[in-house]
Structures are given as C-alpha cells and as structure tokens.
Design a protein. Structure first.
Lengths: 135, 135
C-alpha cells in the first residue's frame, strides 16, 4: 500500500520530560498541559469551548514501531499481547488517543487536563468527543 | 515541523460504496464489515477476541484536507464550526476514529459491526477500548 504523509498541527507543552513520570493513559492522568496549535489552523479551533472534553490524536515520535507483541504496561505476569490488543505506545503507526478536558483557550493555545504524553509530542488531530463521556 | 510517514496496516472490506449510503458516525451504524489486516501484522492481533469493542483508526483517503470550517453533518442551520470541534471527515490529517464490535476472527480478517467508512478505506491502527463502553 502507498505510504501516507501527515504534517503535525501543533505540539504539546507540559511538564512531563521522561517516560517514567508520564501516566500510562489519560484515564490515569490529571496532568495539565497546553496544546500549542500552529497559527495557520486557528480557524479550525472555532467552537472548541472551556469545559468540553476533546479527543486528541498525538504522534508518539519516540516510540518503537517494530514490535508486534508487548507486555501490557510492562507487567510480565499478564503475558505477551499483540500490540493491537493493547494501548501500548509501541505499534506500527504510533498514534496515541487521549480524551482531555479543556480548561482555558488563548487563541491558538488550548490548556487541558489529562496529559499522558511527553513534552514536545506532535499533535495530529483534534475531534469532538461523542462517547458517553462527551460534555 | 517535519512530515510523518505512515503505512496502512490493512484495508476495510464492506458494502458501503458511496458517501450517501455511509453512516455519519459509528454511533449511528450497525453496518457489518471486515478489517483485512496485512498478514505481516498477524502477531499484533493476538488477544483480540470476539465480543470485544476495539478502537480503529482509519485513513480517509478521499477526504479534503484544505477546509478549516464546515457545517457539521452538512446542517447549515447549525452554522460553521472549526473542523477540530467536529467529527467531519474533512480535516488537515483525515484520520477517523470508530469503536467497533468484533463479531468473528479468521486469521488476519476481523469481522466487525459499526462501520462508517467506505469500502477500501485504509486502516492505520487498532487499539483496546478503555472507555466506559469497553467490553
């Protein structure tokens, strides 16, 4: 199949500098951070509001792409799992998915709670949440 | 920012041949389909089971990438919205996100319910569901 080319729409700014201090999932995180969106996409942010939960897709630029099986959360007692049956950051296309609460908006900067990625992580997309948690 | 290169992990096989007949979201769909995964990723499917809900990321290969505002679901009465405040297929990086119910597995083919993309749509990733709907 033909390769696909993406350009990040922005980058994550947060206090998480190492994997050890980074929550394993957004469901475990109350970490604040800021989605710094490229100003060329400012119009695409229209109608995002404080208090909403948004779906954010990140590009895990430091993740290994060559592993097909992992121990979920590094727990060897659970045995190896196919990466597609886990939320491991390691996968052929390392895109992460988080649902984040919007706490403030300043132009092209969106403050959120629930960050589970490293400072500097590229952002690929933002979507309205439509799950049962949607606000 | 540097561009990112992805390779699809497989393709969608389903009866949806035109946009008009395609449900707007997985939450509106009971459409069956099959995720045909490239055999090189067979090990990565280990532990996906019938009855589970899986998160699937698709590459919307026919979507426009140059629009920053849209009428959600084509409904002009709602006014224009920034694409990042919607689930529109049109967005700078047209990645779609669906939660699909697994109904059968045959090697590298996974039958699912809830399809909301066209036949032939490339698949980028599969993840365990961790939301409140996870089974």
């Amino acid at each position: 199949m033909n390769p696909i080319t993406l350009s990040p729409i922005g980058r994550t700014r947060c206090q998480l500098k190492t994997r050890d201090e980074t929550p394993k999932n957004y469901t475990d995180s109350n970490e604040p951070g800021t989605l710094v969106i490229d100003p060329q996409y400012l119009d695409a942010l229209d109608r995002i509001e404080v208090g909403q939960t948004i779906v954010v897709l990140f590009w895990l630029h430091e993740a290994r792409r060559d592993l097909l099986k992992v121990y979920p959360r590094g727990d060897r007692s659970r045995g190896l799992h196919g990466v597609f049956a886990t939320r491991s950051p390691m996968r052929p296309n390392p895109i992460a998915l988080s649902e984040l609460k919007v706490t403030a908006i300043r132009g092209n900067e969106i403050d959120v709670l629930g960050i589970d990625v490293l400072d500097g992580t590229p952002i690929l997309d933002i979507k309205k949440s439509i799950g049962p948690d949607a606000k």
